[in-house]
Each structure stands twice: as C-alpha cells, then as structure tokens.
Design a protein. Structure first.
Length: 379
C-alpha cells in the first residue's frame, strides 16, 4: 500500500492510522465502526478522543488514547483539544489521518501537510449549521472560516446523509461520498432480565437527552396514560430538567432512567420494548438534514417507533414503512397517539415485518462498500 503523497514511495511497514474525534470514542458508534473497518482492512488504528464524565470501559478491536482536558466545552475546549492532538500527532508516526467533524479538522490538516500524508474527512453533520452554533455568530464565523479554508483543499471526504453530501459538494466543489451510520447487523439478541414490569407496555427512547428530541413533551404526556412505562437509555444536558418534570407532572412511577450503557447492552433492552420514540424536530439546518441513528437501531431491534419525519427520515419511510409518522400540538394529543400506536398489534406486527426487510438493506456491511472505494483511492 502506498500512503505517501507525492513521493512515489511504497510503505514497508503496516500503515499507522490516526483517527481523531472530540468524543470519548467508546460511545461514538460511527467512529468505532470506521476504526474497526480500518483496523481489519488497512492498518493499525490509534483513535484519539477525550475522557468525559460518562466514559465507560468496553472491549475494542483497536487502540485508543483519551485526553483528560482542562476545559470540556467552549472555545478553550476546542483549542486545547486541537493543540494536544497536533502535538501528539507530531511526535508519533502516522501514515494516514482520519478527521471526524470540523472540530478536529484544523489539527489534522496541519499534521497532514507537515508529515505529507493523506487525510480523510468524515463529517458527521452540517457542522456550521448545528444547534450549538445557533445565535452564536462569532463562533459560527470562526468555524465557517476554518471550513472554507480547509475543505476545498481536501480530496477524500464523506458524510452521513444524502442532503448534507449534496450541500458540501455544491458548496466547495469537492465530492462528498455518502456513508450512512447504519448498524452492524451482527448483533445477536438474547433473553435478558430487563426488569420491565410484565403488566406494562414499554415506550423506549435511546440516545442523548439534548434539546430538539421532544422528551419533555413525552414526559408530560405520561400523566394521561396508565399502563405504559417510559424508559430512557442515555445521557445528556437535559437529564436534570427531565427528572424535574417527572416530579412536576407526578409521573415518577411511569418514567424510568436507565442511564448510559454500552451499545450492545442497550440494544438488548431496545429489543424488548413495545414502541420507540424518535421525535426529533429541526432546531437547525444540520438537525433538519440529519439521519438519526436510532431509526436504524430501532429497525434492527424490531422496535416500531413514532417519528415526526424530518426530510431524510421521510425518505426512509417512503422506501420501507418501518415507523409511524405523527404530528401533535400538545401533550394530551401525544398521549393519545402513543396509546393508539402501542396497542395496535396488527400495525406493530406489519411494521416489524417491514423492519425485517429493511434491516437487510440498512447494514454497516453495505456502507463499507463505499468506505472501500474511498480508501482504495489512497493505495
């Protein structure tokens, strides 16, 4: 394999690959799947992330280094991470760099130029139009400047949804391939002790507890149902508020927080639920054109779900009816939708059949075909 740019040299050693991401790696399933692919197909992977309060131990097929940072949010966090990443990469041998999202791109791009090695850019979202930059013009301008400075100079890029791929391709005249975050179909569902009460239907949400998920409305809606338990698996900035709302609406016995858990374990719980929640609404352009992971996780676990159907989700539902598109204006109306959906056994059975078909198409193995094309161009 030849990963040396403009030198004509063929590497004698197994390629060493630096994969950079500002998450803790362990909980970022897209990064984990890409790293596992690279480790198996190309060379030795060193994933660089950071330690977060919710980082947990799990078995990985590749090597990781997690920075313990002084700052965990804001401009100082991004500056500290990129400086640490740059210094780490400068004093270690790497033959290929994979930058995940715009917040790692500056350090990765500088390293690729100094070391004269290829760089691949994996954009997880439409970063400059993300929720976190709404109303923050100064920060948004900085990220936009970095993007405009670097992305037009890149040759190997891919992203998570068709619309975001089209936007970046047209904006920077750089081809962005599509590698969607489909789940690994190799998961085997086993009989586990979930602790779910046998006399309750289980309504389940998995993912981060951040704005734009309508979790507040779901908790408020629980005051209008009696035989349903709302289970939340994950973590996020809204958790304190959500717990307060369970008290405010007197639904503490109807809502259960299971916390953050390894993906494989979470999927076992998902498999045993009756109805999933995927009520993301577009707080930003990035949100609008995203393709939520849980849509495919629910499908793999044979969990019918209700969704507001953003444009990308709408496209999926038109191809395979794996979820129930809904709309509501208040908690009472949402409660009615939940009750009607979770007790419609015929509808749920039909959706599970559709999910069985869809999960044969929406697989990570299929997306790896696109990865092979991307990384083949570097050999």
């Amino acid at each position: 394999m030849n990963y040396a740019q403009n030198t004509g040299e063929t590497l004698k050693k197994t390629p060493a690959i630096l994969v950079a991401v500002t998450t803790d790696v362990v909980s970022d399933m897209r990064v984990r799947k890409v790293c596992s692919y690279l480790e198996a197909e190309i060379g030795h992977v060193k994933a660089i992330g950071r330690i977060t309060p919710s980082t947990f131990n799990t078995h990985l097929t590749f090597s990781i280094t997690l920075f313990r940072l002084l700052f965990n949010r804001g401009p100082l966090f991004y500056a500290e991470y990129n400086l640490r990443l740059f210094l780490y990469g400068l004093f270690h041998r790497f033959d290929l760099i994979v930058s995940n999202d715009l917040d790692t791109l500056l350090a990765c791009f500088l390293l690729s130029k100094i070391k004269r090695i290829p760089i691949v850019y994996d954009s997880h979202e439409y970063f400059t139009e993300s929720v976190g930059l709404e109303g923050r013009s100064f920060q948004k301008n900085i990220w936009t400047f970095i993007e405009m400075l670097i992305v037009p100079r890149l040759k190997h890029c891919y992203t998570v949804s068709p619309t975001i791929a089209r936007i970046y391709t047209e904006k920077y005249d750089v081809p962005f391939a599509l590698v969607r975050n489909f789940p690994d179909a190799g998961i085997r569902f086993q009989k586990i002790e979930t602790g779910f009460p046998p006399d309750k239907k289980i309504l389940l949400y998995q993912g981060v507890f951040n704005p734009g998920r309508n979790l507040e409305a779901v908790i408020e809606a629980m005051q209008y149902v009696d035989d349903i338990l709302f289970v939340l698996i994950g973590y996020g900035e809204l958790e304190p508020l959500l717990r307060e709302l369970t008290v405010k609406f007197n639904v503490t016995e109807k809502v259960k927080f299971l916390g953050k858990m390894p993906y494989e374990k979470m999927m076992q719980y998902t498999h045993y639920a009756d109805l999933g929640i995927g009520l993301e609404f577009p707080l930003s352009e990035s949100f609008k054109y995203s393709l939520p992971n849980k849509v495919f996780d629910y499908s793999l676990a044979r969990l019918p779900f209700i969704t507001l159907a953003t444009p990308e989700v709408e496209t999926i539902l038109q191809e395979f009816e794996i979820g129930i598109k809904v709309s509501f204006s208040n908690a009472s109306e949402l409660a009615h939708i939940i009750k009607e959906s979770i007790h419609d056994n015929d509808l749920l059975a039909e959706i599970r059949q559709n999910q069985r078909k869809a999960s044969q198409v929406y697989t990570w193995d299929n997306e790896c075909k696109e990865l092979r094309k991307i990384y083949a161009g570097l050999r």
